[in-house]
Design a protein around this ligand. Structure first.
Ligand SMILES: [Zn+2]
Length: 250
């Protein structure tokens, strides 16, 4: 047996000091029955059986469902008035709405969420989207042989006017390519540059207004080939939201 140097006297002394220490400890911390029950409630026996039966947590490799990017289209004059009217009764609003509907179809197919808004749609107040494009057509009166072509104005009120400018340049480039029409920036009126919706949408929404052609000289394109017109607008919006290159220089 291992040698012990504890004499009986020392042994008693050590026992006494240990007892003193424990007495001090319990006088400082005296657990009540409540303390004990609380400790008991916190302690949980591991349920080994349940753990073995539980299915292994599946690893979910599918990305969280992406929120579709929203695009707004104003069908010019829709819900308010006819806009320009031709002698044969063709109205600007019917051209604008038809084109807007075709643009919506193209962009929806491409995975975007597209709202078609009326001219004075209540949703325009603080409207938030990746882009807002208002679609209008120019007068049906004959205004000379050069009264053909399209023009675009952008909101100057945006937080980031570079974005609205970029949307304008994308539309200008793609619309010209798709339709073959000339760009007519010199006939932009205050009706366009101070377009009412520019002051209504959220300043975070880049907004432009496009006059897609003259209802007089461009009548054939606007009424018989609205799909070509719509493709030009949709391509311009896609150029912007996908950050594509603009080939032709501004
Ligand atoms: Zn108009």
């Amino acid at each position: 047996m291992p040698a012990s140097d504890l004499s009986p006297r020392r042994f008693v002394l050590r026992g006494l000091s240990l007892a003193l220490l424990m007495a001090t400890f319990f006088s400082l911390w005296s657990p009540s029955l409540d303390d004990f029950n609380r400790l008991k409630a916190r302690w949980q026996w591991p349920d080994w059986g349940a753990a073995a039966d539980a299915p292994a947590p599946a690893f979910d490799a599918t990305p969280a469902a992406a929120v579709p990017v929203r695009i707004g289209l104003v069908a010019g004059h829709w819900g308010n008035d006819a806009g320009a009217v031709c002698p044969n009764g063709t109205t600007e609003v019917e051209i604008n709405l038809r084109v807007a509907t075709l643009v919506q179809e193209e962009l929806t197919t491409a995975g975007y969420q597209v709202d078609i808004l009326q001219e004075f749609d209540p949703r325009l107040q603080n409207y938030q989207a990746a882009a807002l494009v208002s679609i209008h057509s120019d007068s049906c009166e004959y205004r000379g042989d050069d009264a053909s072509g399209y023009k675009i104005a952008r909101a100057a009120s945006a937080y980031d006017s570079n974005l609205a400018n970029r949307l304008l340049l994308c539309l200008r480039d793609r619309y010209g390519q798709a339709t073959g029409l000339d760009y007519h920036p010199n006939t932009i009126t205050p009706d366009m540059s101070e377009y009412h919706a520019f002051g209504e949408v959220s300043p975070s929404t880049p907004a432009v207004i496009i006059e897609i052609g003259f209802m007089n000289l461009d009548y054939n394109l606007l009424t018989r080939h609205p799909d070509v017109v719509a493709r030009g607008i949709a391509s311009g919006i896609l150029c912007y939201v996908r950050n594509e290159n603009i080939e032709s220089s501004p």
